[in-house]
Design a protein around this ligand. Structure first.
Ligand SMILES: Nc1nc2c(ncn2[C@@H]2O[C@H](COP(=O)(O)OP(=O)(O)OP(=O)(O)O)[C@@H](O)[C@H]2O)c(=O)[nH]1
Length: 401
């Protein structure tokens, strides 16, 4: 019996031992792998108890939901085109500028008319009339002719009233300006090639300004233009020309500083041909020391340009304020190049409008354009009748003004 009890105890110990061995193993197997804890355990301190505020009515502002912004597809940024000026049409410009001309010629005109209003036209009065004309730069020869004719007609016609005398004087002045001369500018293209205009004259006479103004005149009349900056002597001249051109959307051909003027002129004409424009205007330098230098330079410009075709017009720019002295200088140009027309500038700045008559007589070349101010449109086609009327400061008689 004792053996049986001992055996049962042993069996019980064995069973319990086996269970004891199995349980830890079973427990360990399904346990998920513990994350590796490297930090030391954090001790969380309990916050001190806070007083809880009694609940209040919280006004929640309405949430504005922004409408979805439509993002436009990227567009190309448009650079605003430069605002081009619209030059005034040339028709009637002299009439518009008449006030300016009358103002500058006020003394001359008024003086003449008051002489003609005298009761008796004796020798002294005729002498005074002569002096007035000479002072106004009409020139001695032209003055004598004008006064002689006027005296003769007054005598023959028995003219006495101031109005009649004024009309006779105006007629003589117009006659001295030879209204039959062709004053048109040859600016129309020929056989598909642009007309070429050379602009020459002494330094400071207003060549660059005139080129700019003529370009505007042409553009106003519906023509297309290329400008050639062949005044390479004065660097600012090309910039000046470029400014004029940009205002009306014309192109300028310019060379590097001190470039050969002839090569710039040649390139300008070629560009004009390539673009198919109507007219190419070439600004030249005037600062030439002597006739030989002038001949060399202008002669070369002309020769080189003529490789493309003939020069249609050579405009001589003359400063009216330089009077008879300017005329002498101008004559040199006419000996060097074949001048086809005169542009008389700065007539607004002199009381000596009679220079127009002297210029035509001495040079034998028609005045085609007159400059009456620094403004862009202060250039007008020359018209003898309107000019004389403005010169005498009276209302035009029998003109279409
Ligand atoms: N009052 C007045 N000024 C004018 C007129 N024409 C030109 N001028 C002025 O005369 C000055 C000389 O003009 P430019 O065109 O530079 O003369 P330029 O002959 O080209 O001179 P260079 O290039 O030095 O040979 C400028 O200040 C013009 O504004 C005009 O009809 N009236």
């Amino acid at each position: 019996m004792d053996y049986l009890v001992v055996a049962l105890i042993l069996l019980g110990v064995l069973v319990l031992g086996t269970i004891g061995l199995m349980v830890p193993r079973l427990r360990r197997r399904p346990a998920p792998p513990e994350p590796a804890q490297t930090r030391p355990p954090v001790v969380v301190e309990e916050p001190p108890p806070t007083e809880v505020a009694p609940p209040t009515d919280v006004v929640v502002p309405p949430v504005e939901i922004e409408p979805e912004v439509e993002v436009a597809p990227p567009t190309e940024v448009e650079v605003p085109a430069p605002v081009l000026e619209t030059p005034e049409p040339t028709a009637g410009r002299l009439i518009r500028l008449r006030t300016r001309l009358s103002r500058s010629q006020n003394v001359f005109g008024k003086g003449l008319l008051s002489l003609l209003s005298r009761d008796r036209l004796d020798e002294d009065v005729w002498e005074e009339i002569e002096d007035s004309l000479i002072t106004a730069d009409v020139g001695i020869d032209a003055t004598r002719e004008i006064v002689d004719r006027l005296r003769e007609r007054t005598r023959v016609l028995g003219t006495r009233t101031a109005t009649e005398l004024r009309a006779l004087l105006a007629a003589e002045l117009v006659n001295a300006l030879d209204p039959t001369l062709d004053r048109s500018l040859r600016t129309a293209p020929r056989e598909g090639a642009p007309a070429v205009l050379l602009v020459v004259g002494v330094n400071g006479a207003g060549k660059t300004t005139t080129c700019g103004k003529v370009a505007r005149v042409l553009i106003a009349d519906g023509r297309s233009v290329v400008l050639g900056a062949a005044d390479t002597f004065r660097a600012a001249a090309a910039d000046q020309l470029a400014t004029w051109a940009s205002r009306v959307g014309a192109e300028v051909v310019r060379g590097p500083e001190a470039a050969d003027p002839a090569s710039v002129a040649f390139d300008a004409v070629r560009r004009g041909i390539d673009l198919g424009v109507d007219t190419v205007l070439i600004d030249t330098a005037g600062r030439l020391q002597n006739k030989i230098g002038l001949m060399d330079e202008l002669g070369k410009v002309k020769r080189v340009v003529e490789k493309h075709g003939p020069v249609d017009e050579t405009l001589l720019v003359l400063d009216a304020t330089t009077g008879q002295n300017g005329l002498e200088q101008a004559r040199v140009f006419t000996e060097v190049v074949d001048v086809t027309g005169v542009v008389l500038t700065k007539l607004d700045g002199t009381a000596k409008g009679g220079i127009v008559i002297a210029v035509q007589r001495k040079l034998g070349i028609p005045v085609k354009l007159v400059g009456l101010g620094e403004g862009p449109d202060d250039l007008a086609p020359f018209e003898p009748t309107q000019f004389v009327d403005a010169l005498l400061g009276t209302e035009p008689l029998g003109s279409d003004a």
